[in-house]
Design a protein around this ligand. Sequence first.
Ligand code: GLC
Length: 530
Amino acid sequence: MRLKYIHGVSAKITYRISHELNELNGITEKLDYLAWLGVDVIWISPFFVSPLTDFGYDIADYRAIDPTFGGLEDFQKLLEKAHTLDIKVMIDLVPCHTSDQHPWFQEARSSRDNPKRDYYIWRDGRDGKEPNNWRSLSGGSSWEFDEPTNQFYLHSFLKTQPDLNWDNPAVRDEMKNVVRFWFDMGVDGMRVDAIWGISKDPEFGDDSPNPDFHGDPEAYGAFIHDHCKMGPHFQEYLHELASVCDEYDDKQIVFEFYPDEKLGDIYQQYHRVMKAHPKASAFFMEYRQDEWHAEHTGQKIENYLRAAGSAKPFFCLGNHDQPRIASRLGTERARALHFLNLLTPGVSVMYYGDEIGMTNGELTAEDIQDNFSPANSVIDSRDLERTPMQWDDTQFAGFSSVQPWLPVHANAIRTNVLTQAMHPDSLLHLHRRLLHLRRNMPVLQRGTLEVINTGNGFVLGIKRELNSERAYIYINFADAPQHFFIPEHTEIIASTRPHRSIIRKNGQLTIPSHCGILLLHKGKWLNSRP
Ligand code: GLC
């Protein structure tokens, strides 16, 4: 059986989305809304037992739910309701590190000959200092000295997140069993967190300096990560993990993956990941680079699809680690990119609240909760994109009846689900229209994608084709109206701007700045449309 969400849309939901309920029940309560919107897969951030030093990405028990989020019965109810509504459920797998509170690590650090010692990565210091120059993504060295056994342990993220040693077959078996545990419970897929560190240089050589970096010489970006990640067993271990899907008919794995240009051809890296296994995929995260360029965007999409081969594409506009798209690009450009993202093949991933154009929170240093933010700095803090979902214009935006852990954005007074649901021209309704179109038009689900020459460098043109059906998507990247030729016998089906602002004359279209438009070739589908 093929997965239904091959053609679906996934919504990333983090934390509580309802008041007086625990987080999982809050999500369950809002599944009807997601079904109304047309979402058919949800991806939920980690809700496992955790001291929450990295909001759940520091797991102390992979098989139990943290009471902050609810209990196992709550999760089972969530699964049941989601499946009744035809919504699939993906959860996070965090396979490359645990919490330092995990019993494995507690045992491992107790003595050098503890059987769990080799679950983690331990090294002697070099001249009394860290074993090498590897940097943690959350700042500082990746090595932490552990007094009781007089050795350093490796942590690619916070020091409360010690790296697991994937070269140990017992660790690989543990993780495969975690995947089986949740798949057996009915979970449909897993987003695999921070997978690039699954294999490292066995010699633990120093990372090379990055000649293009001119900031703090100790920063993560000051190095090319040619030793600390994507080591010789990278593909082999990915394959092993993804092979668990083979034991089931309809499960999916998607790897978190940010291509690293310094490590060679980025699409080759995609290729290596996505070719590794047919039920495994990797996210397309290129939009986060915010390069606003018609031709380059088209090339990136085509290259990614080529690299994906037969794997399912996962086009991603944002997540809990990236500034909100509406803040990055501005409302109009973001709207155009949403339009594009919803009309590309595979799974179009959106982050909660993006469908109403939520922007980065307005936070002060005192508000910051994320331990990745250096010295509680607001700039670049991931808390900016993690503020509560804006349901309505009440005090806590319908999210909670008490002050939530991050302040609700002041713009919730206008930017909220309830208000936009009442306005047919809203971003929310645009999402809903496109999601329902996708469902009903096979060419948008299964059609091939080809970037076409529009004769206008500011306008990206995309043709989707399936048998005799053809759809054309155009995005105007310019700050001014643009015109371009369009194929004959086509009809405008959807656009980001009112139809009256679009002029069709002598085989050409003139569309406003940052406008997206969908045309359909007048073929079989149009004639049989209800
Ligand atoms: C991933 C997660 C991020 C987390 C990190 C460490 O990048 O998306 O939120 O902090 O891994 O697990």
